[in-house]
Design a protein around this ligand. Sequence first.
Ligand SMILES: [Zn+2]
Length: 476
Amino acid sequence: MSSMEGDFSGERPRGPEHPGICDAAEFVDRDAIEAQAWGLIANRESLNDVEVAQQERRDNARTALWEGLTKSGHLSRIEIHGTFEEINAQVLSRLLRGWSDRLPEAEKRRRFPEICEELTIQAVQKAIVADELPESTAVALASDFPEDMPEKSARNLGYRPDNKKGMVRSTHLVAHPDGTYTRIIEQMSRSNGTWRSTFGFLKAAGITPMHRETADVTALATPFLYSVQDYTNGVVDIQKRLDQHAGPNIRYGEIIGANPLHVNYDQVRQESMAREKQAEKLLDGIAAYEEKLDALVAQGLIEQRQRDSQYGKKILHTLRAICTMAPEYAADCFGQKAATYYQRASDAVLTGDFDRAQRIISDARQHEEVVVICGASLSDEEEAELGLGLDSMANNLKNTKELWGWKAGICRVMSCATRPGQTEVGPCSVCRKCQAKFDKGQDPTKLTTRPKPKAPATIELIKPKIVEPEPMPLAA
Ligand SMILES: [Zn+2]
């Protein structure tokens, strides 16, 4: 990779602050890439449809869930395995399927550079396979929040104006001895993902972006290269640098300490993997649902937009169950106000009262900030007729509880002996010991308040949500 040293005039005496990071346009002919992208879009109907792999459906489900659950500071990783051609065909086919002439112009302006990003990745990786670039070369890109879009449209398209959620993603290739490859795509979410930090970072790396319609489109049209040998923590190292350009005391775009879900840079990859693993068994159900939807579209029984909205509905249904299993996500996912309901729903599930949990979640709806758009939904009758009906929330919670995994965390029962240390926590974020007590019909929060009958009531405050102001008014 060419060094950027010495490319600067006197106004930048320190030279590049991010050595080894350079504009992808130095290696790839941007005009040719854009021409190729327009050609693919124009001819997308005649392209061979690549069958959607099961792994891709699971990836879609995982991405949709974690996009919803966390606002920032989460790293998602996708691995695609196959021959070089298979991997490229799979990703390109997904991007082209996502293109529609009916997309809002502002969204098309973003989708186009995303297709160019993929063609850039393919060109760079072709050079790697041909030994013209080192295998450690990664292609990265800041996908910023579309600040120029009206807030409502942004929300409808799945962006999050509340924290100006942005992403930085990085892609690299690992070669295997049998001639196959694994493409590794890592994406890091951040708050205040805008040009303010992105352009500062690019400039400090010696990259001058070519200005496009809007700042976010400019960032999307400026993929850059780095080496995973220089930046061994990959996308996390890039995120760290973006944070440096966002101001002092900033991590994942927020003031350090402000978000309880955040862990430090060195832990974020591992922690994110552990989070995703906990929900891993939920992915097959969503993947199967998506497959069913796609089959109905192929048969002409539903439209694409109904498919999308129905998929969103399934995701939302699952997010509600997850926020009950792990109420620590509810504030990021549904907002602070709804989060208190999810704490209570989780308490209800702990005692095995799924029907009460269902009622609480139903009450929570009016306080939920929208995370998934389900516009052109089918009616209940249509759903039933097409076999797309969703489980009742009580059953959904029951199933999710069975599928929910364990991970290191802090037991939610305030009186638990393991607190404030870490232990293994499972459904409803409680440890195995506490769960066993709940299963026996005991309530460990009440057990600890037993010994001193005349003790001051303050100890009750350790679990305020169980001392409940029931019943909550049911939605009419
Ligand atoms: Zn416990």
